[in-house]
Design a protein around this ligand. Structure first.
Ligand SMILES: *[C@@H]1O[C@H](CO)[C@@H](O)[C@H](O)[C@H]1NC(C)=O
Ligand SMILES: *[C@@H]1O[C@H](CO)[C@@H](O)[C@H](O)[C@H]1NC(C)=O
Ligand SMILES: *[C@@H]1O[C@H](CO)[C@@H](O)[C@H](O)[C@H]1NC(C)=O
Ligand SMILES: *[C@@H]1O[C@H](CO)[C@@H](O)[C@H](O)[C@H]1NC(C)=O
Length: 699
């Protein structure tokens, strides 16, 4: 009985010896008990001594088992030093075994590689007589297919070799004594939840991608079945469906003691084949799991790749840097140029009147078409909103070629910026660029008067009260220019299109850039006639001398324009002929007929009070547009007449029409500038004539 107990204890002891050491104790070290081992990287030199290498294979300092070292036409072998017992000693049948490893194939050239890796079970650690390249360091031409090889391999083949019936250049095969695989399949894996994927849940893999992949090779000795499974290492679990499954009794092929290891070979492309981790176990169909987090990193391909950085990478980086910097400089220069202005020393005193081009650019949204208010002969006027103050402005761009006279012109502009009157369009400032002058004015929301007077039939117009208000306003503004400012300002281009209407429909004189500045009492001759035909006093056309009285003449014509709703020179519609008629002649003839009110704009339906005012306005118009200079009243008198403070000078019942010689087409002298009714639009301030007259003559 005691003997039986002792025997049982002995039996237990023996089985305990046979049971493999638990995997936790095996971490990072080789079990030398002939049942298995695990390498989570090849870091530890003590256990690395249990790996025998030959050919170009070696264990690197980074803990990688490198089978080939970027040389061509080489082979490398790495085997576990000790052989394993692969056959049951009593039944002589092949035992179950299981291995798993992580590999990576790094190639110099994308999509091309050396040959592959084979997991080998072989009677020899050195595979004598074997060749590199397509023989994968396993066999040679004569030994390939020889049953005396006793070699079982699982190839990860990256080259298509027709002699071995390879399916393609990226496949996995089970090799028995021959490189012509018993079974093979394109590299890939079956995802576990196949229903969630197309293609039967199969995913292709590229063996030479350089990405680490894991292989499981399991042989079930009782089922006599060999499974091979492949998966990328980011797949959490071993796929349930193997890539390859071979039902074959390995007993006739395998010998009792066999070595396990890897063979690899390069061809004509620099390639490195790496094993990152490896686990093997006999008498099991499930090798211990590799700790993937402990694996070493796969280096980019060695010196070849590194040497590319200075030869290719650095020049590319330098080129990119140079490109970026030059673009940056180009951008800055372009930006500088885009917003470049001309500022001269003398301009510094005008500081507040000077606008920054950039601000105007932003205010007008880059002088956008949409902001365009109108275009005249010399430039365009844009609506803008100043950034800080949110003030609406009219921005006029005037191109100018000549630098001559600019200083004087700017001086005028700036001094006119000091003119402040509710019946003048306020000039806010200017900006100067090469070949361009930009003037900034108050924005006039109701546009120019002529648009309302001469708009198409049925369009909105002003009633009499509004018209009289505008006439009085313009008269007041002109009086301010003539007599009330520190200098005499002659406007020189009074006409309906130069009168703008603000939000309250006050008439405001614009375009007084045409005006010349006269010191009070100082008579000044100008050699240059500016103005608009139809508004020109007869003496102005003769001697080109602009005076306060030439302004008064033009004002008279303007008044008639507003009352009659007709341009100074108009098509005489009554005669059914498109003959040109002169407004002042027509008014005089109606006056002489004693029916002056016939000229009143038919769009004005007048009450009795209105009629008196209309008659008064026409009288003032006729007084002002008298051909004899001294017969014209001053602007102060005009304002008094219009306000009813003073009765206007009586006019004879029959006017001598020779004193009202309208000059539709005067013989313009040398240096005469035409200033045709400009295409002023909403808020438009025509500065065309001023720049023409001042900049071109250079004063
Ligand atoms: C590859 O290994 C061979 C043999 O060990 C050696 O002669 C050769 O220099 C190695 N090449 C590289 C690139 O490391
Ligand atoms: C082929 O390999 C065998 C061993 O497997 C060896 O005996 C033989 O000499 C080799 N033949 C050649 C031509 O290298
Ligand atoms: C996967 O690989 C096979 C064989 O190389 C090829 O026929 C198939 O088109 C590939 N499938 C995809 C989705 O790339
Ligand atoms: C091989 O795979 C099949 C599933 O396709 C499985 O039933 C069998 O147990 C596997 N054999 C081994 C040895 O892992």
């Amino acid at each position: 009985m005691l003997l039986l107990l002792l025997l049982l204890l002995l039996l237990l002891f023996v089985t305990a010896l046979l049971v493999p050491v638990s995997s936790s104790q095996q971490q990072q070290q080789t079990t030398n008990n002939e049942l298995g081992f695990i390498y989570n990287g090849f870091h530890q030199s003590a256990t690395n001594s249990l790996i025998s290498t030959d050919g170009v294979a070696e264990i690197t300092s980074k803990g990688l088992l490198r089978l080939t070292n970027e040389t061509k036409q080489q082979k490398g072998h790495a085997f576990y030093t000790h052989p394993f017992q692969f056959k049951d000693p009593s039944t002589r049948l092949a035992l179950s075994f299981s291995t798993t490893f992580v590999f990576a194939i790094a190639t110099e050239i994308r999509d091309l590689s050396g040959h592959g890796i084979v997991f080998v079970i072989s009677p020899s650690k050195t595979l004598p007589g074997s060749l590199p390249s397509q023989f994968l360091g396993l066999f040679n031409k004569t030994s390939n297919g020889d049953p005396s090889n006793h070699v079982v391999g699982v190839e990860l083949d990256t080259i298509y070799s027709s002699e071995f019936n390879d399916p393609n250049d990226n496949h996995v095969g089970i090799d028995i004594n021959s490189l012509a695989s018993e079974v093979s399949a394109p590299a890939g894996f079956h995802v576990d939840d196949a229903t969630a994927y197309n293609n039967g849940g199969f995913r292709n893999l590229s063996l030479i991608s350089g990405d680490p992949m894991q292989v499981w090779i399991d042989y079930d000795g009782s089922k006599k079945q060999l499974n091979v499974t492949l998966a990328p290492i980011d797949v959490p679990n071993k796929p349930k469906i193997p890539l390859l499954s071979l039902s074959r009794d390995l007993s006739p092929i395998l010998l009792d003691a066999m070595y396990v290891g890897f063979s690899s070979a390069t061809g004509s492309v620099f390639t490195s084949h790496y094993i990152l981790g490896w686990s093997f176990k006999m008498r099991s169909t499930e090798a211990d799991a590799i700790d993937l987090s402990a694996l070493p990193k796969v280096p980019r391909i060695g010196p070849k790749k590194k040497s590319k950085l200075p030869t290719i990478g650095v020049p590319i980086l330098v080129a990119i840097f140079v490109l970026l910097t030059s673009y940056g400089i180009y951008y800055l220069v372009k930006r500088r140029r885009k917003f470049a202005e001309i500022i001269e020393d003398w301009e510094l005193i005008y500081g507040p009147q000077r606008f920054k081009y950039k601000d105007l650019y932003i205010a007008t949204k880059g002088f956008k078409e949409k902001e365009l208010l109108g275009t005249g002969g010399f430039g365009s006027v844009y609506r803008g909103v100043l950034r800080g103050s949110k003030t609406e402005v009219a921005v006029k761009r005037v191109s100018h070629e000549s630098r001559q006279g600019v200083r004087e012109f700017i001086a005028e502009i700036v001094s006119m910026g000091q003119l402040r009157h509710r019946n003048l369009v306020q000039l806010l400032g200017y900006c100067r660029r090469k070949g361009e002058l930009i003037l900034v004015y108050d924005f006039m929301p109701n546009g120019s008067l002529d648009k309302l007077l001469f708009g198409p039939v049925g369009s909105a117009t002003l009633n009499w009260g509004q018209r009289l208000h505008v006439i009085k306003g313009v008269a007041t503004g002109l009086l301010y220019l003539h007599e009330e400012w520190e200098q005499v300002v002659i406007h020189r281009d009074i006409k309906a299109s130069n009168v703008l209407l603000d939000g309250e429909l006050n008439g405001r004189l614009g375009d007084f850039g045409l005006a010349r500045l006269y010191d009070h009492g100082v008579e000044m001759r100008t050699t240059h006639v500016v103005g608009t035909p139809g508004y020109l006093a007869p003496e102005l056309a003769r001697n080109g001398k602009a005076t306060k009285r030439t302004d008064v003449y033009a004002f008279g014509i303007f008044v008639m324009e507003v009352v009659c709703g007709k341009r100074p020179i108009f098509g005489a519609a009554e005669e059914e002929e498109e003959e040109e008629a002169v407004l002042v002649d027509w008014v005089v003839s109606c006056w002489n007929k004693g029916a002056v009110l016939q000229v009143v704009d038919p769009r004005l339906s007048g009450g009795s009070g209105d009629v008196k005012e209309m008659e008064l306005a026409l009288k003032v118009g006729l007084l002002c547009s008298h051909a004899v200079v001294n017969a014209r009243p001053s602007m102060r008198q005009v304002v008094q007449f219009l306000e009813g403070d003073v009765a206007p000078t009586p006019l004879p019942a029959n006017l001598d029409s020779s004193f009202y010689c309208g000059m539709p087409f005067p013989q313009f002298g040398e240096g005469f500038d035409h200033s045709y009714p400009s295409s002023s639009d909403r808020g438009f301030v025509s500065m065309s004539s001023v720049t023409d007259s001042i900049l071109s003559t250079g004063r």
